[in-house]
Write a protein that binds this ligand. Sequence first.
Ligand SMILES: [Zn+2]
Length: 352
Amino acid sequence: MVAIPVPTEPRALAVAHGAIEEAAPSAIVSLIRTTRFIWPYQGPVSSYFGPGHPLGIDIEIKPGREFPIIASGAGTVEFAGGEACCEYGFYVVLGHSNGITTLYAHLSSFAVTVGQEVGQGDVIGYSGLTGKSTGPHLHFEISKDGSLLDPLRFLPAAYDLAGRQESTACTASASVLAPDSLAVMRFAPEFMPGLALKSATLIPESTGTNLEVHDNRPKGALTISFEEPAPKVARGGVIDRALVLQFANQDFETELNCKFVTPMNVTLANPPTFREELKRLPTPTPVRNRPVSTATPVPTATPRTLYSVLTPPKPTATPGKPATVTRNNAPASNTKPSAGASTPRPTPKRFG
Ligand SMILES: [Zn+2]
């Protein structure tokens, strides 16, 4: 069972009961964040995805010994093999949901075999210098349906974001969300007693964030979850977001604004400075202590309002060049290596 922190905030309750109307309501909630992909090795980026390194990113590995390389996401081992002399060297390909694959190159040895199911964080092999590699690094790729994508669109900005549960002051400070992640918030059963949840809205709005609301108060928790999608480009600042919850009874309405921020492309080589770059959202006018007109029907269903990624700054890539690069001679997406270490992959264009 998940321990729920003390949830209620005296001012909110006071507002709810009509006693005062000064401060905006606040709440302490349990927040669990999980990311679809995590860093396969904790090191700085030595090569970024782009024209000079079109297949993926390189993650620098400390010299001196072989380090475990972990599965970035849960999936199935589609390939584990290669040739020590050339190209990727020894490498592993994992298949994930939604047509996404990840590739881990220049390994010294394997910890998995083809067909094996792996969980996020499971060791799949050990770092090395096989293939075309001038120094110890992990070459890491993410592709979807055969098209290579910038892995930094999918990786969290810091190591500690994956699977972490924390208590957060919903309105006092912004909680950091990773790209391509799921946030689950749990409010305790006694939160906002006597007030029904009338709406839950993510601002800014868009599609695809799968906002889910389950209000089981007062017998159970109020649980709200939503997905943070991968941004369209990795470089581009910060997404600033609010989850606006409106509670009401016959006499009063009150509103709770939980704040979130998603830094994009804050790499391990370039530590976050996002707090200085925050773009504040236009804050909706708080509704406090305002009688709800009985003539206005209150919607019974919770609106599912979604958000859009803010328009990022101009991409650094040369105009006209595609954002994704397809591996040369790539097999049809439904073609998988049929055997283990002896099955070579088609020759990619670059292997650094
Ligand atoms: Zn590389």
